[in-house]
Design a protein around this ligand. Structure first.
Ligand code: IVH
Length: 629
């Protein structure tokens, strides 16, 4: 059906007007019309679009209500990596930052852009020719998850940039968060509906952004603030970070009102104190402030160290502390058999959540702080960090209290499997010697294997793994791939639908990049970054299993300790059996996991081996120091 020109124009006028009201309401916090007028415009547009589906455009405000639910988030490679900031906790560390900057630039006084450090989630928005086309989470900084459909529901984010001739490409970097007042209202609603309450605005924002169904996200009041840019094409030339923020604001992107420009250390510290005073009355949670060298030319000159810029630093507010009582000390057995003492605390509200447990790390820590059952202790929690017992208050200690000794308390026996528990000479932790015989270690190994950044088997969580291991259904890790619908659906708290979802997730995980698989194995000292390096270097699992200490240490960042952990892992016959069962084809009774070779290794093998490449000229987006992927 052809759309009459008049209708087309009316639809366009409505879109522009609604976007304008969204901007006034969500970005400037200064609405001009009552909700009823807004709703009228919105409904008129909806009616036109349903009469003439050809009118529908992706930037239409009617598209914000949430589209189709996804089964998984696709992964997105950031055009420019999303780096992190180094932290300063004390004024001296802020002073050291300013000193390093001054020395590197050879200047007495440096101008800084200063802004709040939002306590939300980093996100990258891509605009092409002024249209919003994609949003991705930070992920590991290089690749994140495609959350475009969810981000479309955030009204503060323009679907179309306000500009006569918008840049052909603009990656906007910023933070998704929930305003404090929206968080309070959401929790009231959750309570009224009998749904679970969110601990704090950050958790509420994270939970809402990571919904596979954008219709759920659409009901959650998320906000956004921009704090920088990534890759760009055809943007006006900008001299300072401040000018760049003004440019983003001119495009109708939300930026913090509290941003500013100051000179020298005194300026930085005055800003820090001032924002500290304002913190309780700010509309959003912050966990510090960020200092950035204002001149973009100077930023380039300063460059990067590892994954953080040298030109910026986050000056954090001190973590919040509260007093409470240690009611008991229990132990937990981890994936590697480490037996960790955990303080069970009288519930206390600190740093935005109620804390009931805090790790005591190991015997040395307990001795150093002399923490005992019955002690009054000071508990600290900052951001996402696990709560920690800072110190005991011996003056409030009961008269009959005894120092705590972990091995004595458990009588040198693993409380989970009864195997001998020991503490090796060179180690701080006590360990269960039961290996994967110990259900606690098996559970943790399976949970790690299934975790999002490893095999990403959604639905294989805490409670289910507990049931599977305790019931004896899964005695060895590869047996998770033998579970069937009938068995799963028969489990407590498991419907047919979640059983089928889990089977689908298991099926999807059968094709997995080598790096993820290596990480999933849970080799001691092999984290995500090392797993990636190993995959890139060796290209296949076989090559990795056959490597000796020397081959392993040829990998960047692999030293003797990591190499030894890897060798020990593959020397263990149980681990070799598990690998074989995982990778054997399904027809032969295996789990049928297919490892995708690391693309970097392939490319290297085919084309680049033994050649040296020299890049000449300048790359607008890279400085010499900037890390290459
Ligand atoms: S700039 C190259 N500015 O803090 C540096 N980050 O550790 C890019 N954050 O993941 C970050 N407020 O999510 C920058 N005003 C701000 C910020 C900010 C919060 C977060 C961001 C990033 C983390 C850095």
């Amino acid at each position: 059906m052809t759309v009459p020109e008049q209708v087309r124009q009316r639809a366009q006028a409505l879109r522009t007007e609604i976007a304008h009201h969204d901007y006034l309401y969500y970005v400037l916090d200064a609405p001009e019309v009552p909700d009823s007028e807004y709703d009228r415009l919105f409904r008129e547009l909806q009616t036109l679009e349903s009469e003439y589906p050809a009118l529908m455009t992706p930037d239409s405000p009617t598209q914000r209500v949430g589209g189709q639910a996804a089964r998984v988030f696709a992964s997105v490679t950031h055009r420019q990596p999303m780096l992190s900031l180094s932290n300063a906790f004390e004024e001296e560390e802020a002073a050291a930052f300013d000193r390093r900057v001054r020395e590197a630039l050879g200047m007495d006084h440096v101008e800084y852009a200063v802004e709040p450090k939002f306590d939300g989630l980093a996100i990258s928005l891509v605009y092409e020719n002024g249209f919003f086309v994609q949003a991705a989470t930070r992920g590991d900084g290089y690749t994140g998850e495609d959350v475009t459909a969810n981000v479309r529901t955030i009204r503060a984010i323009p679907m179309r940039l306000e500009a006569q001739s918008p840049p052909s490409l603009l990656e906007v970097r910023g933070e998704v968060l929930m305003l404090k007042r929206d968080f309070e209202r959401l929790n009231q609603q959750q309570e009224a509906n009998g749904d679970k309450l969110f601990a704090n605005p950050r958790n509420a924002a994270a939970g809402s952004l990571r919904q596979l169904d954008p219709k759920i996200t659409a009901k959650r009041p998320l906000s956004f603030f921009a704090y920088g840019i990534g890759a760009t094409e055809n943007i006006p030339s900008l001299a300072t970070h401040g000018a760049m923020m003004d440019f983003l604001a001119s495009l109708h992107l939300p930026v913090a009102k509290e941003r500013g420009v100051v000179t020298g250390l005194e300026g930085l510290l005055a800003y820090y104190r001032n924002i500290g005073v304002q913190r309780p009355s700010l509309p959003y949670d912050i966990d510090g402030v960020v200092y950035k060298v204002n001149s973009l030319r100077q930023q380039q000159e300063l460059g990067f160290v590892s994954r953080a810029p040298r030109f910026a630093v986050a000056h954090k507010f001190p973590a919040q502390e509260a007093l409470t009582l240690v009611e008991a000390i229990d132990v937990q057995v981890g994936r590697t058999g480490a037996i960790t003492p955990v303080a069970r605390l009288k519930p206390v509200f600190v740093g935005g959540v109620t804390v009931t447990n805090a790790t005591l790390h190991n015997q040395d820590e307990i001795d150093r702080k002399d923490i005992r059952v019955g002690d009054t202790v000071s508990v600290r929690r900052a951001g996402d960090v696990i709560p920690e017992v800072v110190r005991a208050l011996p003056e409030r200690r009961p008269a009959d209290s005894q120092p705590y000794n972990l091995l004595a308390a458990i009588q040198h026996v693993c409380p989970v499997c009864g195997s001998h528990a020991v503490r090796l000479d060179d180690e701080a932790v006590a360990r269960c010697t039961g290996g994967l015989y110990c259900p606690a270690q098996r559970k943790q190994a399976i949970l790690h294997f299934a975790s999002r950044r490893a095999m990403d088997i959604e639905g294989l969580g805490d409670k289910l793994v507990e049931q599977l291991v305790d019931s004896g259904l899964v005695k060895r890790l590869p047996e998770i791939y033998r579970l069937d619908l009938v068995t799963l659906a028969g489990l407590e708290r498991m419907g047919e639908k979640s059983a089928q979802n889990l089977l689908d997730a298991l099926e999807r995980s059968r094709n997995i990049p080598l790096a993820r698989f290596i990480y999933a194995l849970g080799i001691r000292n092999v984290g995500e970054a090392t797993a990636k390096d190993l995959a890139r270097h060796f290209g296949t699992l076989e090559a990795l299993t056959q490597a000796d200490a020397e081959n392993l240490q040829a990998v960047p960042d692999v030293g003797p300790i990591v190499a030894e952990s890897i060798l020990q892992f593959f020397a263990e016959s149980h681990n070799r059996d598990v690998l074989e069962m995982l990778c054997k084809p399904q027809q032969e009774g295996g789990a049928g996991i297919v490892l995708e070779r690391s693309p970097a290794a392939e490319a290297t093998e085919q084309t680049l081996v033994g050649k040296t490449f020299v890049l000449t000229g300048t790359l607008p987006t890279l400085s010499r120091e900037q890390p290459r992927k």
